[in-house]
Design a binder for this molecule. Structure first.
Ligand SMILES: *[C@@H]1O[C@H](CO)[C@@H](O)[C@H](O)[C@H]1NC(C)=O
Length: 403
């Protein structure tokens, strides 16, 4: 009996130890955050094990969460939901059942998941799209681009670009009664990366006549150049996106070869000969003082050109839109950026805001100082955070007034 109790006690301590994680003071609903983080971490450990034994690719295991959260395209009395494809790119479309006879607004939504995971059908994305369609009386096209590790850069970008240009054509606009002057592109995390890259490309594409009114970048990843910014350092172990996982995502975007991952982890993938590009991602000049703290800025000191030669995507603005020249940013649409304090990607967002403003782009920057990466998706059971609803309400309100 005593030994049973002892076992139980030991087990409880172990479980508590596994779940417990010291979190910043101002994070709300801490225990829920810890439980959620422990769930993600467990899946990650399972992925690492499966990979170690040669059973599955790490991302195949992580993908279980995407499947587990999958939903059917079910319509209700507010929104008609269909899975279909446009220009050979699979999409989930949400059409509001409004009785208005005027033209509607439209949002093309690009989900996150590090170019490796996620789907428009995941419960949190499905919910956000339904809510957007209903509240804004807008057509939402949520895109299922192809994912790594099966497909690498620039396939993800190309899929999204094809889809967006398809949606900007007259044929599509007429069929769905969309107002060509009121179209936005929005995305979170890797989706924010694709949204930013697509917006830049559209600006200089003579084939595209209809222009975007707004780009919404929700805690976007914007550069694979410097993976040692203050936010990568300060938030390396924050829920739910660790530095290791983000770098794994970046490296998988380009290749499944693990040597790129190793080089990126030590921030030695960019040779000093490409340092001229660093001014576009120089956190020491682009970040506000309070985020720099006592971090010291270092130039790349490595001479290894192997990775940029083998994976030219590393220097490509379609992967790292923050590396675009100043002139390429001029004329970008009205921009809404969300950043989170406890997020490795925080500084990417801040640097882009600062560069866009210098280029004369109108930017609305919502920085949340008590949240972590992925918060917008924490909108449904069992990981439903009240702050997530406040952020979504603000986002939809802003869209309602500006799109
Ligand atoms: C980055 O900014 C710092 C000044 O804050 C400067 O010393 C450094 O040379 C800059 N690096 C590049 C590559 O522009």
């Amino acid at each position: 009996m005593a030994s049973k109790s002892l076992c139980f006690l030991l087990l409880s301590v172990l479980v508590a130890y596994y779940i417990y994680k010291p979190l910043p003071e101002n994070i709300e609903e801490k225990w829920k955050v810890m439980l959620m983080d422990a769930t993600f971490r467990s899946l990650g450990h399972l992925g690492t094990l499966a990979e170690m034994f040669g059973m599955k690719h790490y991302m195949d295991v992580m993908m279980l969460l995407t499947y587990a959260e999958g939903t059917e395209p079910t319509s209700n009395d507010q929104v008609i939901v269909t899975d279909t494809s446009f220009s050979n790119v699979p999409v989930r479309v949400y059409i509001p059942k409004g009785h208005s006879t005027s033209l509607r607004r439209a949002i093309i939504y690009i989900h996150g998941g590090g170019w490796c995971l996620g789907s428009a059908s995941m419960q949190p994305y499905d919910q956000l799209s339904r809510q957007s369609a209903h509240q804004l009386n807008a057509v939402i096209v949520s895109v299922n681009y192809r994912l790594a590790p099966k497909f690498h850069f620039p396939i993800q970008f190309d899929d999204v670009y094809n889809l967006v240009t398809f949606c900007l054509q007259e044929k599509f606009l007429e069929k769905y009664s969309v107002d060509p002057n009121r179209i936005a592109v929005s995305g979170d995390s890797a989706g924010g990366n694709l949204a930013a890259a697509v917006s830049q490309m559209l600006l200089h594409d003579p084939q595209v006549k209809v222009k975007l009114k707004i780009q919404l970048l929700i805690y976007p990843a914007l550069q694979a150049f410097d993976l040692s910014t203050p936010s990568y350092k300060d938030n390396a172990y924050m829920p739910i996106l660790s530095k290791t996982l983000m770098i794994r995502f970046w490296s998988e975007y380009f290749t499944t070869d693990r040597s790129l991952f190793e080089a990126m982890m030590s921030n030695k993938h960019i040779p000093s000969q490409d340092a001229h590009l660093l001014k576009y991602a120089n956190w020491s000049t682009l970040l506000p003082e309070q985020l720099k703290k006592n971090h010291v800025y270092n130039m790349p000191a490595n001479q290894n050109t192997f990775f940029v030669k083998k994976y030219p995507g590393l220097l490509d603005v379609r992967a790292s839109p923050l590396l675009a020249e100043d002139e390429k940013l001029i004329g970008l649409p009205l921009t809404y950026v969300i950043t989170c304090m406890y997020d490795v990607l925080r500084d990417d967002g801040f640097m882009y805001v600062s560069r866009l403003r210098k280029a004369g782009v109108h930017v609305v920057h919502e920085h949340y100082d008590s949240v972590f990466h992925g918060i917008l998706l924490m909108n449904s059971w069992p990981f439903d955070f009240s702050i997530a609803h406040r952020i979504v309400d603000k986002y939809l309100n802003w869209l309602d007034n500006n799109l």
